[in-house]
Every structure is written in C-alpha cells, then in structure tokens.
Design a protein around this ligand. Structure first.
Ligand SMILES: *Cc1c(COP(=O)(O)O)cnc(C)c1O
Length: 367
C-alpha cells in the first residue's frame, strides 16, 4: 500500500465559509483571497469551486494570476501588491487583471504606459500597518493623478490593510478605520479594507469590497471566537495512519533527543507524517491529534517522515488506525488547525501554507 498521508480538501466547506463571509457583509462584495496556492489548498481547484459565488479573486503576484488564467478562470483577479517591475504591465493588461498601486514607481510606470484598455486600480494606503502603501496625505494626490489619466486607470478604489483586526482591543483598528473613512469621504472613493477578522467581527470596516482570506479555509482568525467564526468549517484535513506501535517501559524515551519519556507503561504509535511533509517540527509534546476520531497527544520530537503519539489511553488503536493531524476525522470529530498552531507557537497560516508538495491533495465536493 502507498504511504497513507494525504491532504483531503473539502470544497463544499470552502463554499460554506465563503458564504459566511459574504453573508456577514451583505452590502459588500467579497474578493476571495487565494494567494500562496490558496493558503496551501490548491489555487485553481479552489478558484473553480468558488467561481459561481465570488465576483473576484486576489493573489500576491502575476505568476499566481497566470496560473488561474491557465486553469480557465475568467473572473477578475486582483494583484494585492501590484507589479514588481514595470515590464509586468503588459501581462497585467493581457490577462485583464486588477492592480494595486502602492508605490510611486508603480504609479509612474502605469502613467507612462499606453494600455489598449485602462487598468482597474486599487490605491493602497498605509493607514497604520506600515508595510505597503501611500501615506494618507499622499494618497489623495495619487488618486487625483490617476483620476486624470482615464486612458491608464479606471475603477479607482482605495484599499488598506489592518494590523490588529483580530485582537480584542480595537483601539488601533479604530484609528486605521477612521483614517480610511475620512480619506474616502473627501474623495468620494469606494473602500476595500476588511480581511478575515474584520469581515467577521468589525462591520464598521466593511466597504464596497472586503478581502477575506484565511477564514475561507476554515481557520478562525479572531483572538476571541464569535458565533459566526464558530461556524467556519475546516477545508483541509491532513490525514495519515499509524504505521507501527511500540510498547515502552517506564523511563524509556521516544525519538530524537529523548524529549518525551514514558511516565507509565506506554503504547506509542508511529504516524506517517513529519516535517518533510510540512508538519511543524516545533510541535510540543501534548500537541493534539485525532486517532480514529479520538484525541491523543504528540509524544517526542517530530522527525522528517514520522511523528509519534501516545496511544496508551486508546487500546483499540493499532497499525492502520486513522490519524488526523488537523481537520475532520471519519467519525465527524474536528481538530482545528488553530489549536494545533498554538501548540507549535505559530498560526494556522504557516501550517496550511507549509504542507509540502510531497503530500498528495485529494479534492472532494463542489462538482
Ligand atoms: C492576505 C491578505 C488578505 C487576507 O487576509 P486574511 O487574514 O487571510 O483574511 C487581505 N488583504 C491583503 C492585502 C492580504 O495580503
């Protein structure tokens, strides 16, 4: 039999989560953020599954947009960081993309370009993230220059990104929102602000467009879950099996460095999944997994191709038992990628985007 590890992708769950994002903001349109191979879930498959629901998709770069077009996706695609060099404008035009403009050099490149049709432009404003974008004072002049260049730019929007929308303390979030609303009012400009946490929990930030990302994949982005975020369904299930079982006496260690030691006579299950598959090597002892849909704990350091779990309290578990690293087990039990991430001192985003190409993806639903 083949190595049992795989990533099952539930495209119906993806659609369910998209509908939650959409229904949370009935006055907005939701561009589905599909960057980084749809957060590790497969760019084209996810776009196809959302095609009849989402009016537009967003990616990080031209190459990702090209993959979508080659996959037959005709919907508008937003380049969240715009172009990386002026020469990309030809492809932006040919593929009919929407483009963020965050820097003076991008602005000048666009204004000196002669497209056959103007490019829809999203002016990126730095309202407080201090990563990309024009300072609010500058953004006004950028807007006016683009508005005066109808051969180059059309459908002008303002966009900005929140640094703290997930946090319970909303002081900084409120500052960013206020800056953007003041600017939008002066210009009569449509806004695109909300990421997943703002889509879920900050209706005051909802604009003409929102940009939900991680919530589409079923991860709860909020520091404190709310009734809607609790309804998010996991899209990826990282699934494997127990491939060997060891009986250990008290005091016997497991794995590299002997980090975990048996405090009682123990049964250890060896699971076909390791950091060579993208499972986080920082996972601590006690990181939860589901074995036949019941909780068990990681015991010992993660290896490249294997990890070890304590099966002592699951006497029925044996070679061939299903192991879910995150997602939904065959019996319906769920283990959230957010919970696993906390045990790895990271966030769901790194675990989901970190699943390596060695792991086969299997798609279910949405056909
Ligand atoms: C990734 C990204 C998003 C989506 O963020 P989530 O936290 O995944 O919802 C939205 N906007 C921009 C600019 C992004 O880079």
């Amino acid at each position: 039999m083949a190595r049992p590890l795989r990533a099952d992708i539930d495209l119906d769950a993806l659609r369910h989560n998209y509908c939650l994002a959409r229904d949370q903001a009935p006055e907005s349109r939701a561009v589905a953020v599909l960057k980084a191979d749809a957060y590790g879930h497969g760019l084209v498959a996810c776009a196809r599954a959302l095609e009849d629901l989402a009016p537009a998709f967003a990616v990080a770069c031209l190459e990702e947009a090209e993959t979508l077009r080659e996959g037959g996706i005709a919907a508008p695609i937003m380049l969240l960081e715009g172009i990386f060099e002026a020469a990309e404008l030809e492809r932006v035009e040919a593929l009919g993309l929407w483009m963020a403009v965050h820097s003076d050099w991008q602005l000048e490149a666009l204004l000196t370009y002669r497209p056959a049709r103007p490019v829809p432009v999203w002016i990126k404003v730095d309202s407080g993230m201090h990563r990309l974008g024009f300072a609010p004072e500058r953004a006004e002049a950028v807007w006016h220059r683009l508005a005066a260049a109808p051969a180059q730019a059309c459908d002008l929007h303002l966009m900005s990104h929140f640094a703290t929308a997930d946090a319970e303390d909303d002081a900084y979030f409120a500052r960013q929102t206020a800056r953007m609303k003041a600017l939008a009012e002066r210009l009569g400009a449509p806004l695109c602000l909300a990421n997943s946490p703002a889509t879920l929990a900050r209706p005051e930030s909802h604009g003409a467009w929102n940009r939900p990302g991680v919530m589409l994949y079923g991860s709860d982005p909020l520091e404190a879950a709310n009734p809607v975020s609790r309804r998010l369904a996991p899209v990826m299930t990282l699934r494997s099996e127990v491939i060997a079982v060891r009986e250990l006496a008290v005091g016997e260690p497991v794995g590299y460095g002997g980090r975990w030691t048996a405090a009682r006579p123990s049964r250890i299950g060896v699971v076909a999944c390791g950091y060579g598959d993208g499972y986080d090597r920082h996972a601590a002892d006690g990181t939860p997994v589901l074995v036949e849909g019941r909780r068990a704990c990681l015991a010992g350091k993660v290896s490249m191709d294997m990890l070890t779990v304590d099966l002592t309290d699951l006497p029925d578990a044996d070679i061939g038992s299903e192991v879910v690293l995150w997602g939904r087990a065959a019996n319906g039990e769920a283990l959230s990628v957010d919970e696993v991430a906390r045990h790895c001192d990271t966030i769901s985003y790194t675990l989901l985007t970190g699943v390596l190409p060695r792991v086969p993806r299997r798609y279910h639903g949405a056909d």
